[in-house]
Design a protein around this ligand. Structure first.
Ligand code: NAG
Ligand code: NAG
Ligand code: NAG
Ligand code: NAG
Ligand code: NAG
Ligand code: NAG
Ligand code: NAG
Ligand code: NAG
Ligand code: NAG
Ligand code: NAG
Ligand code: NAG
Ligand code: NAG
Length: 798
């Protein structure tokens, strides 16, 4: 029956296509003797293996206008990859001739004005126009590959003067920068782009190639500059018969200049990666005539104006973008107030004192939760609109520290300025050369290609977190079945699952999550942006039917505690008692980790946390570093889990259970002593973990020997043994004590112990930054003799 239907269809199609009036003529070459070529002729020039075709195509949305274009001939959507005349489509009477001097010329009508032509310098003895299987249209020495339009193909090479231009003509890409309107650059690549292959390897003029998300599969690929100003790599998925985006230049669409008119704030609701809205700021409304926002109440007297605070908003494009460099908000504001042309100013709560006045115009406004930027918009004194862009202080308040406080714009003093300086200096970046170390590390331990595929670690991020549908998640976790549960907690339940492409994942269903959809999306974007070999990778999320779900890579070997502590004592005093790996691991005997692996785990974790603290510039504190949150991947490559989530936890949860976050035994004294919480709390917890890695003993719970008592304190004991009495072997994990060779391992372990001692200092300012800790472990900085850590007890449970 089915067969008959197919046969029937086949006949119909045959009948239709073979009717003489519409028979499309396909050429393998076009010469001057075929001239002229007109849109009405239904001729196409086809490449030898039919991969590409060239000819006249209807201009989108028009039945009588045409462009002369090249498109994929063997892909159903016939995407256009090159066009002679996007800007000036022609009518059916247009003609394309190869002139007597060997020039290709497109004219309006058979002898009208020239719309487009190849230069006259093209050699005249060329035999005709041909199209190659890589999509190159050639006439003599002229080739379309030298003059791309909006798309770039494999086998094409970016020259010095090659430029891609979006079809609407607004955006361009010159190999290194994306530019709006000819001069306004909004994205720059680290190295300029050269070429790419069908396998997804992208060459640029420096360093290692970029790896696309589906690297390794030979696919039909293209690089296209879209009309939205974003540059994307596409690869054609033959199973789904559609183009998949495997890389985008600008992850947050609103950072593209020129999407919204003057005054507007580009606002991405996060529903799709390419969706955005242009909204007017408070005090402004859409102008009726032009595409811009205008004041509801004009400022009559500049002296009598006030500033509305717009969190996470920034404008740029005023006539002077130089930062005044002041850490003092009042200072920045008075500079703006005194300038008649100042329409507002951007201020950043970081150590760099970013303060930029927007003079004369408000352009490129956008809202992004990924920045610490606040914009102060100048409005008339009589303006009554409240600011509806809030939330910055709330987020900082719940990042983990409760004591971060932002100065209120109306009441600051020298003291608040000093506080900002103190806070910001704590986040000083000092991890120079991290990239290099990172590569050295990779080369040693992970095969290059496996890295790209299993870790999803294209050097440039792929298209951001994927938005999963609830149905997909349901399918992956077998309808959230009990057997797939691997952890239950107050904040989340964790399931293992398998995506349709058979990638194993850990699915974390959050409960009691704070904030609206946009905020959730914002946080997820930030977490997903954190790419580090030693961080568990977030693949995507689901935000449907009131459910908030995160989808992580699945790390096969379980958590570190299972390897360190055989007689598993569980520490779960923390608020989040999720233990991802409990069920998965079962009681199966785990191999004993040797000294080199332990060292490598310590270093990897230190680097991951240093990255969170210092490179993300997002002020991400982990707040709950413990062996349970360190997962081990293939090769025992450590991966830190559960970072970035403290922001999402509901505030009540934090407040009701006192302000303490994290887990007893790993908590820094600041938590108890009500001191301000800084990145040094993570350093303290890490120090404890480091000691546990060396001793194989759970701190606070029991000593490795019979000395367990109320007074026993792991750092104290380890210090006395290893440093005061120089009996290192006394503190080593008895499981592998026998494998300890003083000559081989002493230096390594000595470094770990001394670093740990610095980390667990009671006073936060004594502890090194995490970047420094990583260097101490590497041995690239000298470790001074640590002072003895003071005994510090968490005072009971009261
Ligand atoms: C060209 O071909 C299309 C379909 O292949 C057909 O609809 C159209 O009528 C043809 N035009 C001419 C002038 O033959
Ligand atoms: C189209 O043809 C080219 C060249 O023959 C080939 O490499 C490519 O895989 C084909 N694409 C599809 C979708 O068949
Ligand atoms: C082409 O010619 C037609 C009339 O034949 C005219 O209406 C049209 O504006 C011309 N287009 C251009 C781009 O010159
Ligand atoms: C194109 O070729 C045709 C036929 O050879 C000729 O009649 C016409 O004038 C040519 N047009 C141009 C613009 O060269
Ligand atoms: C075209 O002519 C030039 C010189 O007249 C010659 O060097 C070249 O080889 C010729 N090209 C072809 C394809 O015949
Ligand atoms: C790329 O060019 C080489 C030679 O220049 C050719 O052999 C190869 O087939 C081309 N690749 C494609 C996809 O056409
Ligand atoms: C491209 O630029 C580089 C450096 O500016 C120069 O050395 C090279 O010759 C240029 N190449 C071309 C084809 O112009
Ligand atoms: C591309 O444009 C940017 C900004 O206009 C410029 O700084 C850069 O040098 C250009 N790069 C190349 C390779 O032309
Ligand atoms: C992919 O193409 C490259 C050449 O472009 C070739 O060396 C390689 O073997 C191909 N890989 C597969 C899996 O077909
Ligand atoms: C803020 O209010 C303005 C009008 O006062 C409105 O146009 C805009 O959409 C609002 N923005 C948000 C993010 O709600
Ligand atoms: C731009 O602003 C900076 C800082 O306010 C100032 O030093 C500089 O002179 C200004 N430049 C111009 C051209 O106004
Ligand atoms: C931040 O939290 C503290 C303590 O809970 C509170 O006093 C303060 O008002 C909060 N700040 C803001 C801006 O919400």
């Amino acid at each position: 029956m089915k067969f008959h239907l197919i046969l029937f269809n086949f006949l119909i199609i045959n009948l239709l296509t073979s009717s003489p009036s519409s028979s499309a003529q396909s050429l393998s070459t076009f010469t001057s003797s075929n001239s002229p070529w007109q849109p009405s002729q239904n001729k196409t020039l086809v490449s030898p293996r039919s991969a590409f075709a060239a000819g006249f195509r209807h201009f989108p949305g028009s039945s009588n206008l045409y462009t002369f274009s090249i498109w994929y001939n063997n892909i159903s959507d016939q995407t256009i990859v090159w066009s002679a005349n996007w800007a000036i489509p022609v009518q059916a009477s247009a003609s394309l001739n190869i002139t007597s001097n060997g020039q290709l010329r497109l004219t309006n009508g058979s002898s009208g004005p020239t719309i487009w032509s190849t230069p006259t310098s093209v050699s005249s003895n060329s035999t005709g126009l041909i199209l190659t299987d890589d999509g190159n249209l050639m006439l003599g020495s002229w080739q379309s590959f030298d003059h791309p339009t909006d798309t770039f193909l494999p086998n094409q090479t970016f020259g010095n003067d090659t430029v891609l231009v979006s079809r609407n003509g607004k955006f361009s890409f010159n190999g290194s920068s994306l530019v709006f309107n000819g001069s306004d650059s909004y994205w720059t690549a680290a190295n300029s782009f050269v070429s790419f292959g069908v396998d997804g390897l992208v060459q640029h003029n420096g360093g290692n190639p970029i790896i696309l998300a589906d690297f390794g599969q030979n696919r039909t690929r293209r690089l296209t500059l879209g009309d939205d100003g974003n540059l994307r790599f596409f690869s054609f998925d033959p199973d789904k018969h559609s183009w998949a985006i495997v890389w985008v230049a600008v992850l947050e669409i609103c950072r593209i200049h020129g999407l919204c008119g003057p005054g507007y704030i580009c606002f991405s609701n996060g529903l799709t990666l390419s969706g955005y809205e242009c909204v007017c700021p408070p005090g402004f409304r859409r102008s009726t005539g032009s595409d811009s926002c205008v004041r509801k109440n004009p400022i009559i007297d500049m002296g009598k104006s006030k500033f509305l605070r717009l969190d996470y908003v920034n404008y740029s494009g005023g006539s002077n973008q130089t930062s005044i460099n002041t850490l003092n908000l009042a200072n920045c504001r008075s500079k703006c107030r005194l300038n008649q042309r100042c329409l507002g100013f951007g201020f950043k709560y970081d150590m760099f004192g970013y303060c930029v006045l927007q003079l004369d115009r408000l352009l490129n406004g956008y809202w992004s939760p990924g920045t610490e930027m606040t914009f102060y918009l100048r409005v008339d004194y009589s303006e009554t609109d409240p600011s509806n862009f809030t939330g910055m202080s709330e987020v900082l308040n719940t990042t983990c520290p409760i004591q971060f406080s932002l100065p209120d714009p109306s009441a600051e003093s020298d003291r608040t300025t000093r506080n900002i300086i103190i806070i910001t200096i704590l986040f000083t970046t000092e991890i120079a050369g991290a990239g290099l170390l990172f590569w050295a590390f990779l080369k040693r331990y992970v095969k290059y290609r496996d890295m790209a595929q299993t870790l999803g670690l294209g050097l440039l991020p792929t298209s951001g977190p994927k938005r999963f549908s609830y149905a997909e998640i349901k399918l992956a976790t077998k309808d959230f079945s009990e057997e797939n549960i691997i952890g239950k907690g107050g904040f989340s339940d964790v399931y293992i699952g398998k995506l349709q492409d058979s990638r194993p994942v850990a699915v974390k269903c959050l409960k009691n999550v704070t904030g609206g959809d946009a905020e959730f999306w914002g946080e997820v974007t930030i977490i997903a942006r954190m790419h580090h070999l030693n961080l568990v990778r977030l693949w995507g999320f689901c935000n449907e039917k009131g459910r908030r779900i995160l989808v992580y890579e699945h790390v096969p070997n379980g958590s570190l505690d299972k390897y360190l502590f055989r007689s598993s004592h569980n520490v779960s005093d923390g608020i989040d008692t999720t233990n991802e790996t409990e069920a998965m691991i079962g009681l199966k005997q785990k191999p004993i980790l040797d000294w080199n692996i332990r060292y490598r785990i310590a270093l990897g974790v230190a680097r991951a946390i240093a990255y969170l603290h210092e490179e993300c510039l997002e002020w991400v504190l982990h707040c709950d570093i413990k062996p349970e949150n360190i997962l081990l991947g293939d090769d025992f490559c450590p991966k830190v889990a559960d970072f970035g989530l403290s922001k999402l936890k509901k505030k009540e949860q934090i407040v009701t259970k006192s302000r303490i976050r994290g887990t007893r035994g790993y908590l820094a004294p600041e938590w108890v002593k009500n001191d301000s919480i800084t990145s040094k709390v993570d350093v303290f917890s890490f120090g404890m973990v480091l000691l546990e890695i060396v001793t194989g003993a759970r701190n606070l719970i029991q000593g490795p020997s019979a000395v367990a008592s109320e007074e026993w304190y792991l750092p104290h004991w380890a210090f006395e043994m290893a440093i005061e009495e120089r009996r290192m072997e006394e503190i080593l994990d008895c499981q592998i004590k026998h494998a300890y060779d003083d000559k081989v391992h002493f230096k390594l372990i000595d470094r770990m112990v001394k670093t740990a001692m610095w980390c667990v200092q009671e006073r936060a300012e004594m502890r090194p930054s995490m970047g420094k800790v990583a260097k101490m472990l590497e041995g690239t900085v000298e470790i001074m003799e640590p002072p003895k850590p003071t005994i510090f007890f968490i005072a009971g449970d009261n």
